[in-house]
Ligand binder design. Structure first.
Ligand code: PEP
Ligand code: MN
Length: 342
């Protein structure tokens, strides 16, 4: 349930309502906008059926949130969530570009990539250390060693990092080394993991399950948010359809739909979304036009010798070409993208 306070409501008006709601055992989330303050009420609101909201001064309207997710819903706040981290704002005017290898392979590889990204002005480095591989015989990632290498490379080139966490046991370790924690498609409904991530103080990028609806994605975000961590980034990474020319079907319509349903930022992964490097460029453009707040792209100096996902990985030249081509498109719809062409 949401109570919208009008612009004339002062702190005392707001506190009066909040105190009464808290006395009834309900949790409160407050979002202060320029013109209005929105009080979100979490918990069993059935006891408020006959609560005299309009008897309190400053109450403009009372809305029931019918959606099963509340904290993640668009109605919950009149401001879009933007996440500030060092020199970036995810969900701001500037698009967040994240790039790097599918997996951290060795020190030389991650340093070479980090160096190139920093020269280009890209600020967030991706790289898997714990890899969820379909086959147990494929490269599983370097684990803790990989985290250390990525964090060392990121420090050397002043980059932020994002990497996947696969289990509850890894949460503290990954949070020690990475700036943003990623939940992969296969774990989108690992509710115990989500709850644990709700208790940390670092942003979480939640990838859409490969067969999850948008409502299921938002309910998973709600699992994280309901534990206190409100810094959730949604990621569209393609879903399973009958089409098998592409690895997945990148659901471009999910971007504006999620923006309608939620206030959370949306990042798009055209690499896993297509599985084919040639499609990464056009799908990046489509994602930006559809309203994405950023892109996460697999980049490797030598995709052919990459230990995983080489077929969908851009090399340095094709990545630079992508940055050049998406800039005017981003600008045309009022977004910015900063990079330097060496
Ligand atoms: C990844 O980004 O490294 C990854 C494994 O992606 P997904 O979970 O979307 O398959
Ligand atoms: Mn990959």
């Amino acid at each position: 349930m949401i109570v919208v306070m009008n612009g004339r409501a002062d702190q005392t008006d707001i506190e009066k309502i909040i105190n009464e709601l808290k006395r009834r055992g309900l949790d409160i989330n407050i979002s202060r906008g320029d013109k209005r303050t929105v009080i979100g009420i979490i918990g069993d609101t059935s006891t408020l059926e006959s609560f005299p909201f309009y008897a309190y001064s400053g109450v403009e309207k009372v809305l029931r949130v019918l959606k099963p997710y509340k904290l993640a819903s668009r109605e919950f706040t009149d401001q879009r969530t933007s996440i500030r981290l060092k020199n970036i704002t995810i969900g701001g005017k500037e698009l967040t570009m994240v790039a790097g290898p599918c997996a951290i392979e060795n020190e030389e590889q991650i340093f070479e990539i980090a160096g190139e990204l920093s020269r280009l002005g890209v600020k967030v480095l991706r790289g898997g250390a714990f890899k969820p591989r379909t086959s147990p015989y494929s490269f599983q990632g370097l684990g803790k060693e990989g985290l250390k290498l990525m964090s060392k490379a990121a420090k050397a080139f002043n980059l932020l990092t994002i990497t996947e966490v696969m289990s509850v046991k890894q949460v503290d370790l990954v949070a020690e080394y990475a700036d943003i924690l990623q939940v992969g498609t296969r774990n989108m409904q690992n509710f115990i993991l989500l709850k644990e991530l709700g208790r940390i103080k670092k942003p979480v990028m939640l990838k859409r399950g490969m067969s999850a609806t948008l409502e299921e994605l938002l309910l998973s975000a709600e699992h994280i948010m309901s534990q206190g961590n409100r810094e959730v980034i949604l990621c569209e990474r393609g879903i399973r359809t009958f089409e098998n020319y592409t690895r997945n079907t990148l659901d471009i319509s999910a971007i504006p739909a999620l923006k309608e349903l939620s206030h959370l930022p949306v990042i798009v992964d055209p690499s896993h979304g297509t599985g084919r490097w040639r499609l990464v460029n056009p799908m990046s453009k489509s994602a930006i036009v559809a309203g994405a707040d950023g892109l996460i792209i697999e980049v490797h100096p030598h995709p052919k010798s990459s230990l995983s996902d080489g077929a969908q990985t851009l090399n340095f030249d094709t990545f630079l070409q992508l940055l050049k081509e998406i800039k005017p498109i981003a600008n045309a719809i009022g977004r910015e993208i900063n990079f330097t062409d060496k």
